[in-house]
Design a protein around this ligand. Sequence first.
Ligand SMILES: [Zn+2]
Length: 390
Amino acid sequence: MTSLLGITQFLTWTYLFVTAALAYTPLSNDSLRRLPSGSSDFNLDTDTGASLLAPILIPRVPATPGSQKVQRHFVDFFAQQLPAWTVEWHNVTWTTPATGDQQVPFSNLIFRRDPPWAAVGDVARLTLAAHYDTLYRPEGFIGAIDSAAPCAMLMHAARSIDLALTEKWAAMEASGDAGDGLEEEKGVQILFLDGEEAWVSWTQADSLYGSRALAAKWESTQYDGLSAFSTPLDSISLFVLLDLLGAADPHVPSYFAKTHWAYQHMAAVEDRLRKLGMLETGPSSRFLLESSKRAHQFSGGFVEDDHVPFMARGVDIFHVIPMPFPPVWHTMDDDGAHLDLPTTRDWAKIVSAFVAEWMDLEGFIPEPPPPVATPSSKTKTKQYTEKSEL
Ligand SMILES: [Zn+2]
């Protein structure tokens, strides 16, 4: 993403707040406490195979072996740990100003979970997105905040809600509430987008390769005429885009009056998790500070990023990106060593709780499994025992 644009228009938002808020149920304190911690998901070493993040911390220029490795990491994770999610590849080619006439392949990956009884065109989908490609230059650029960490946060969030979704939908089927037409059918999808970065310098043509193609395709794909939604684009209930997250002390503004209600929900979740002592960063370091922003305070400024092609087609956007950008942005210092892991894990928890509330999972969040003794914890116990014997 690059520049901050200024626009002067904004839409009336009071009405939208009232209608959209009906579909959102806050989690109880008990449920918030049960959310899994990020723990090993955000380890920086690949040795144990437990980290979701570490395999993404490599250069991921489109159509290179690094990019393909990371695609496999996403696909393997869902296949092995979340088999109820479907995978869809969206492949497209573009030329770029750095590569001349050569057609460069880009691949967006879409992982999705819909209610099992619902027809594909009847599901309103919370859409969570991050880009996984990295800059073409400087060579070797890792892009930890941009956007390896956001990708890992989305993987973590998917796993955090998966069992609760299964149980909620099973309970709905057992009670006869499934597909009764009284409630909107709610699904969730995760987009790992390719080709967000410019290859030479940011222009409309040299940026957003994956998201521009996906938004156009989803606008032109028609669902069955009897469906609740006309196209996959129309079925997006909210497009939540995570970018540049994982550096310490982020300040994420509320960019859009139209979706400020969603921002307020995530800010409320953050606030409650902090009060419950469930976040690792200090209580004074709130990430989402603009909950009380008033309609007249929205300037219309926003950051150009993967949401733009969707926003241009009328999709509601919640852009979770700090302003100012973290100091390591687009430098060789944007690597694993410069991530702030407590901040990264806190974001993962906040996003997971927001998704769980959106999907109405109150009452279905399971108790976390008892901690498994790892080799390091055994070592610690042993050291302690030895010390106590001395
Ligand atoms: Zn970038």
